[in-house]
Design a protein around this ligand. Structure first.
Ligand SMILES: Cc1cc2nc3c(=O)[nH]c(=O)nc-3n(C[C@H](O)[C@H](O)[C@H](O)COP(=O)(O)OP(=O)(O)OC[C@H]3O[C@@H](n4cnc5c(N)ncnc54)[C@H](O)[C@@H]3O)c2cc1C
Length: 375
């Protein structure tokens, strides 16, 4: 089967692909968005929608929905020996238009998909991109449908938003260099009764690592830890009840060698991965989508050099953000012992310095670089 229609084919309907499709459709660009999964995932990795994301989604009406459904994080507290050693408030210090808002990723994706449907575009599910080639005339992609049918699609542009194991990135032959932490990190969504302030994020410094705690809604909390018994640490400060989701994952800090090649661009986890500390992955992917839509729409309207703008602008930001989150992760991680000493003794003191606070808050808010669509 051979088809030729969309101006932009988008591979992957996670937050990055959905946002790219939405931004492009709102500019009148014909898009087609596919996802190999038969259904969206009901589990939510990301919880925190940052100030930058709410800024770029403002015009779409999605920000308003996120802010209405979610709750605004007031700040973060670092605990050592069960007392707060450092605390900072988010909205006050950032001065950004929107506060960081907690909403499970599955809901953010559902709201993006709903806004996209309102533009007349639906996600085609059970369709995987399995190969591509490009030339002067455009990109030829091979799609595999769930029933085994193969389809050849021609499109002027292709956006690879197909996650950390990106087929698009591999087809372009781009390296995904960086490093990985050896140990798995553990995740629980669970009910808990605790004296922890429910309006704040919390990080407990433990001898063998850290425990991150954030309320989801009601009495339900998200817990992430890298030590031997993060739930043991948690039991000191609360009564742990039913676990509704348990998972574990490995942490890598990696950036694709380029943010795209020719008519093919990469966004989101396909282009960059890092630890969830800092809550940047989904947010940075949505920002990629915003910049891509601007560059792609103008490239299609007769300015082909705008594709190169995307590659240059985003690659520099990807490298910078991944480096910064890597530093924060190593600091909080608590290993080896000399870094744990630095974390326990120096961070609580240095964290009171205005410069350090601003840097940390801008990183978490996603406003550590200007939002640029042109070099
Ligand atoms: C524990 C945890 C907590 C996190 N917390 C946060 C947070 O608070 N804030 C934040 O910003 N980020 C957070 N993140 C990161 C965030 O979840 C990811 O960065 C985000 O999901 C990336 O979105 P994406 O659309 O780029 O990729 P994905 O969400 O991975 O979506 C890729 C999509 O592409 C599809 N696909 C894959 N291959 C193909 C193919 N060949 N053809 C068609 N479709 C394909 C997949 O089915 C999938 O739907 C967290 C991550 C973890 C692990």
């Amino acid at each position: 089967m051979v088809s030729s229609e969309p101006a932009v084919l988008i591979a992957g309907a996670g937050p990055t692909g959905l946002a790219a499709a939405l931004f492009l459709a709102r500019r009148g660009v014909p898009v087609r968005i596919i996802d190999q999964a038969a259904q969206p995932s009901p589990n939510s990795r990301a919880l925190a929608v940052n100030s930058r994301t709410l800024e770029v989604l403002d015009d779409t009406g999605v920000s308003e929905r996120i802010v209405t459904e979610g709750w605004a994080v007031q700040g973060a507290s670092l605990h050592e020996h069960d007392r707060v050693v450092l605390a900072f408030d988010l909205p006050a210090v950032l001065g950004a238009q929107h506060a960081m808002t907690v909403l499970p990723q599955a809901r953010t994706e559902a709201l993006l998909a709903e806004a996209l449907r309102a533009e007349g575009v639906g996600v085609e599910r059970g369709v995987a991109l399995i190969g591509l080639s490009q030339g002067d005339g455009g990109v030829q992609s091979t799609l595999l449908h769930a029933d085994g049918l193969q389809e050849q699609v021609s499109s002027p542009l292709l956006f690879g938003a197909d996650g950390a194991r990106s087929t698009v990135r591999q087809a372009l032959g781009l390296a995904f260099t960086g490093s990985s932490l050896p140990e798995p990190w553990h995740l629980w969504d669970l009910d808990m009764q605790t004296s922890l302030d429910p309006q704040r994020a919390h990080i407990l410094f433990e001898p063998d690592g850290f425990v991150f705690v954030l309320r989801l809604h009601g009495k339900q909390w998200r817990v992430i830890g890298n030590g031997v018994d993060p739930l043991g640490a948690l039991r000191r400060i609360g009564n742990v009840g039913t676990v509704t989701w348990q998972s574990q994952f490995h942490i890598g800090h990696r950036v694709a060698a380029q943010a795209g090649v020719g008519r093919v661009a990469l966004g989101g986890d396909a282009a960059h991965i890092h630890s969830p500390l800092g809550a940047r992955g989904m947010n940075l992917g949505i920002e990629d989508a915003y910049v891509y839509a601007d560059c792609a729409a103008e490239a299609l309207a007769g300015q082909p050099e705008r594709l190169q703008d995307y590659h240059v602008l985003r690659h520099a930001i990807h490298k910078d953000v991944v480096r910064r989150i890597g530093i924060i992760t190593r600091l909080m991680h608590g290993r080896p012992p000399w870094l744990r000493w630095f974390r326990d003794e120096v961070v609580p003191v240095a964290g009171h310095l205005a410069f350090a606070r601003q840097l940390m808050l801008r990183t978490v808010g996603g406003i550590d670089h200007p939002l640029k669509t042109r070099p």
